[in-house]
Design a protein around this ligand. Structure first.
Ligand code: AKB
Length: 356
């Protein structure tokens, strides 16, 4: 008896939700919305906060909902909607989607390459199970969904310089494996169900904020250490060259790609390229600002092997052709901008001196 009542009430509830979403789609909501409500997962990570700033400047503060399992600062709480949500809890995510009539998801939660190798079950859960939850939700509510892929989706068998958009992908990390899975699952849902899935293979992202757990993090660490300590011990060999991108270019790429009309997009997954450099190149460029900066090298076996398996340069011809991708920062302007930003991060010359 109880069971039946409960079943009836669930189906009545589902009916209400269906009607609500039908009205929403008829009024121009959903994947093709021109003024979308966007849910960002992993919102307090390296890309999330800055991504929310950019999207809020385009669509309005209330239209972008940051979610994470971490505690936000007061300033983040004041800047716009924040909700606690674990990507491994699909019902919680679904509630946020329904309550806010979400149109687009930017799914940034992930365990990065180096951390993933230290805890493979965790990376599998977060990156694969999390992706399954997000894609099912996006399919059900007809949402546009962006999932970042990475240079890590390639492996030692892929051509390195340049690495084409369509080529051999045999990554040797759980992170890479999960990202290839995400790419293929997204393409499959696009062809099978018409899901508006979009993905970019991102280079290592260079920003003032630390990502945590990536192989390309050394570049960020190097700036912070140059400014606060005047020296740095690098965990990669001096000549290890991989593609990198300044965060502003990366976020603009995500925004422009998400905003591109469907008929401009020939693929669901694109390479984007910006600059490529090695630890030695970066140290030399930083020395133009801090001539006494000292860098020593003590390669870490896991991260060196990962970096050695990655591309040196991504071929992004197709992104440039189809939706007019073009980076604004070259190596010199990336370094110049990072030095300014990291100085601001560490606040004052007094603080720099005291930590030296
Ligand atoms: C990592 O190093 O794991 C990431 C990436 C290149 O995807 N920054």
């Amino acid at each position: 008896m109880f069971k039946n009542t409960r079943l009836r009430s669930i189906s009545a509830q589902q009916q209400t939700i269906r009607t609500l979403y039908n009205n929403h789609w008829q009024n121009g909501g959903g994947a093709t919305s021109k003024n979308p409500t966007v849910l960002i997962t992993g919102g307090l990570g390296q890309l999330g906060i800055e991504c929310s700033k950019l999207l809020r400047s385009q669509y309005g503060a209330e239209k972008v909902i940051l979610t994470d399992i971490r505690q936000p600062s007061q300033s983040i709480l004041k800047s716009g909607p924040f909700q606690y949500a674990n990507i491994l809890d699909p019902r919680r995510l679904e509630k946020i989607v329904i309550d806010n009539k979400v149109d687009w998801i930017v799914h940034l939660s992930a365990t990065l390459s180096a951390k993933g190798e230290l805890d493979i079950p965790l990376a599998t859960k977060v990156n694969i199970e999390g992706m399954q939850n997000i894609i099912e939700l996006a399919k059900h509510y007809k949402l546009r969904v962006f999932v970042p892929s990475t240079i890590g989706a390639f492996g030692p068998d892929s051509p390195k310089n340049p690495t084409p958009n369509l080529t051999i992908q045999r990554p040797r990390t759980i992170y890479g494996v999960s990202k290839v899975y995400a790419e293929l699952l997204g393409e499959y849902y696009h062809h099978k169900f018409g899901l508006d899935f979009r993905s970019l293979r991102l280079p290592g992202v260079v920003s003032c904020d630390l990502p945590g757990g990536g192989t390309t993090d050394y570049a960020i660490d190097m700036f912070h250490n140059a400014i606060t300590k005047g020296k740095y011990e690098c965990y990669l060999k001096p000549k290890t060259t991989v593609p990198m991108i300044y965060i502003d270019d990366c976020l603009r790429a995500i925004y422009e790609f998400m905003d591109a009309p469907n008929d401009a997009i020939q693929r669901r997954v694109y390479n984007i390229n910006a600059v490529s450099f090695s630890p030695e190149d970066l140290a030399n460029e930083i020395r133009n600002y801090f001539p006494q900066f000292e860098v020593t090298y003590n390669p870490d076996a896991i991260r060196q092997e990962i970096a050695d398996s990655w591309p040196e340069v991504l071929d992004d011809t197709e992104a440039r052709q189809d939706w007019k991708w073009k980076p604004e920062y070259n190596f010199k302007t990336l370094v110049e901008t990072m030095i300014d930003q990291v100085k601001v991060f560490h606040h004052t010359p007094e603080r720099i001196a005291s930590t030296a």
